[in-house]
Ligand binder design. Structure first.
Ligand code: SAM
Length: 332
């Protein structure tokens, strides 16, 4: 028992702090405005969300009719606290189903919610049962379980719109989905997500940390993104290319270990280069799959990080322009 308890304490300490970042309604509204057409007659499941406090639940309950939703489900995980001081093991997770009728509440009371038999972990059979009843999952999952959360959505072939850390792009499982056009970045990124509500015990850090007019403690890590497989028209807008490779070759050195050129900024992608180009990961925010093809992440032919004259620029993604204008190629 003592060893188990120690292990669990260690596990807890290891957990990412951002597991306790709660999303603001304003950030949800500013992203969701681009996806409205996807929700008509759909069942939305917020599977890491206490319906009594989650702004995801609140957003969908308040906009239920406007979006034309069929049903809204939110489920809350109850961490099983079993440390040296607290031996309570019987806390159950719970969920609430909302179908937009008059007698339902947009903030459910404890009488309205339904208890799971278990803790409400999104990986539990009970939560998976709710997932099967749903069309689209929208939430901010615990960052430490982000890979597992996405893998489960893909396995069950669900549509999703979720918040994660920008670093998630560099996870091989996530990058693979992006490369294969099975997932992509949403509209807001970094500073585009203004901040998260943190609990009382959480230290307010950073110059943008604040307490809002409702007394919520907010931190702005500026390092998050939305990941989705819901299409938007923005995703089909071309990146405007103005620079040329031919005549400016020295600005675009070749990689030592791959037949391609290094491009330091997305806006500097040359419009006349038909080969492979290594671009920064921020390219993905502007990526239009009709314009570019993603080839490979980070590594050269020798399976080492892409390098230029022995130096490795920070993570590069190899891409290729899909629709080079023929007259530009002929003129080179
Ligand atoms: C980053 S917070 C976001 C909460 C809420 N989705 C929001 O955006 O405001 C992650 C939430 O996931 C919950 N959680 C942690 N582990 C979980 C699990 N295994 N299954 C479901 N939820 C979990 C945490 O209790 C926490 O409320």
């Amino acid at each position: 028992m003592a060893r188990n308890a120690t292990n669990e304490l260690l596990q807890k300490a290891k957990k990412s702090k951002s597991d306790e970042f709660y999303t603001q309604l304003s950030d949800i509204e500013s992203e969701l405005q681009y996806y409205k057409s996807h929700f008509v007659n759909k069942v939305v499941y917020c599977n890491c969300d206490d319906p009594q406090i989650s702004n995801f639940f609140k957003y969908f309950a308040l906009n239920f009719k406007e979006l034309g939703l069929k049903k809204l489900i939110a489920s809350c995980y109850r961490e099983q606290v079993r440390d040296l001081f607290n031996t309570k093991e019987d806390e159950k997770g719970f969920f609430y189903k909302y179908s937009g009728t008059e007698d339902e509440k947009t903030i459910p009371s404890s009488n309205d919610i339904v208890y799971f038999n278990g803790d409400g972990d999104f990986r539990s059979p009970e939560s998976i049962e709710l997932l099967k009843q749903s069309d689209i999952v929208v939430t901010n999952p615990p960052f430490s379980l982000f890979r597992e959360h996405v893998a489960q959505l893909v396995k069950h072939k669900k549509k999703f719109l979720i918040i994660g850390n920008i670093n998630a792009i560099t996870y091989k499982e996530i990058f693979k989905l992006i490369k294969e056009n099975k997932a992509w970045l949403g509209i807001n990124l970094g500073r585009g997500i203004s901040g998260f509500i943190v609990p009382e015990h959480y230290e307010l850090y950073g110059t943008e940390a604040r307490i809002d007019e409702n007394g919520n403690r907010i931190v702005s890590p500026n390092n998050c993104l939305w990941l989705t497989n819901l299409d938007t028209s923005k995703r089909h807008e071309d990146i405007e290319l103005t620079k040329k490779y031919f005549g400016n070759e020295t600005e675009y050195p070749k990689f030592d270990n791959y037949d391609g050129i290094n491009v330091n900024k997305t806006q500097d992608i040359p419009l006349d280069y038909k080969g492979f180009m290594g671009v920064p990961i921020t390219f993905l925010h502007k990526f239009n799959p009709d314009q570019f093809e993603i080839i490979k992440f980070r590594k050269g032919n020798d399976d080492k990080d892409l390098s230029v004259n022995g130096k490795c620029p920070y993570f590069r993604i190899l891409v290729k322009n899909k629709r080079l204008q023929p007259e530009l190629i002929e003129n080179r």
